[in-house]
Ligand binder design. Structure first.
Ligand code: FER
Length: 280
């Protein structure tokens, strides 16, 4: 290799790496969230787990990918709902099973188990009455214990999963986005892949969220932050992203057209699910 070719090669390599670091996902292709005929489907189970945290049996939904085999091991994504939702919210409005079936038909995502929990950890976890009541909002924070001490162990006992941090992801929308950032960044020994979609005011202040940027940097596999440009909650996301930039913590920030709605969150899931559990 001549000196000039070497330099050219080096510059190209650098350009390639820089492009990767600035990876900016665009809108999902038409039909990504429409059921297609003639492809394999994943399966949705309803599970009931004993929650020592809440003192009750609680319900969650589990999507296993097409061709799920008990003889194989799978990574797990915990996907969380918003303040007006429950364990059915993603399924009703986000159709994650359709998005994932379509991605798998095109071999675009790692086969994974997706858990749809109820993130309001209290005896009555329905989204009824005043959903902004302090005890209900507090229950979203209390879910950290329910998730880590009760739900994750249940999932690992009853499904064929990997059990290390690098095979565990957490993401969610709005209140669930705040939960994902708080619980994920607060428990990097448990989660390596973290996504906050249109995160709500329950998101911790940046210095509390990431008190030690160097440690966080080392442990993170992916930190995804996204928000619609028309969303009133954008300041929460901007506050987090400013801190990430100041402290040079690698992340993907997607500012996308749209408001506080499922058009945005479906697009987020479409991208996030393709990024997790892969080497970049
Ligand atoms: C708030 C505004 C929005 C708030 C929560 C939300 C707890 C959550 C919105 C959602 O989950 O969609 O002030 O305070």
């Amino acid at each position: 290799m001549t000196h000039r070719t070497f330099i050219l090669f080096f510059v190209l390599l650098l350009a390639c790496l820089t492009t990767n670091a600035q990876y900016q996902p665009g809108p999902a292709p038409d039909g990504f969230d429409r059921p297609q005929v003639g492809l394999e489907h994943g399966k949705i189970d309803t599970i009931h787990y004993e929650s020592k945290t809440v003192g009750k049996t609680r319900t969650a939904l589990i999507y296993t990918p097409p061709g799920y085999l008990k003889t194989k091991k799978y990574p797990v994504l915990y996907l969380l709902h918003g303040i007006g939702g429950d364990e059915f919210e993603w399924l009703r409005n986000g159709r994650p099973e359709v998005i994932m079936d379509n991605l798998y038909a095109n071999k675009k995502a790692e086969p994974m188990i997706i858990v749809l929990p109820n993130g309001r950890a209290m005896a009555n976890d329905r989204a009824t009455g005043n959903i902004m009541a302090p005890d209900k909002v507090q229950a979203f924070a209390h879910f950290e214990d329910d998730l880590i001490k009760d739900l994750i162990p249940y999932v690992q006992q009853h499904y064929s999963t990997y059990k290390d941090r690098e095979h565990r992801a957490i993401a969610g929308l709005s209140m669930g986005g705040g939960q994902s950032l708080n619980f994920g960044l607060g428990n990097l020994n448990i989660f390596a892949w973290i996504g906050g979609f249109s995160s709500a005011p329950n998101t911790k202040q940046p210095t509390e969220l990431i008190p030690n940027p160097t440690t966080t940097h080392k442990q993170l596999k992916l930190l995804w932050i996204s928000c619609g440009t028309e969303d009133n909650l954008m300041p929460i996301t901007s506050r987090t992203v400013d801190y990430l930039k100041e402290n040079k913590i690698p992340h993907i920030f997607l500012k996308e057209p749209g408001g506080h709605d499922f058009k945005v969150w479906k697009n987020d899931l479409y991208h996030f699910s393709q990024l997790v559990f892969k080497d970049h």
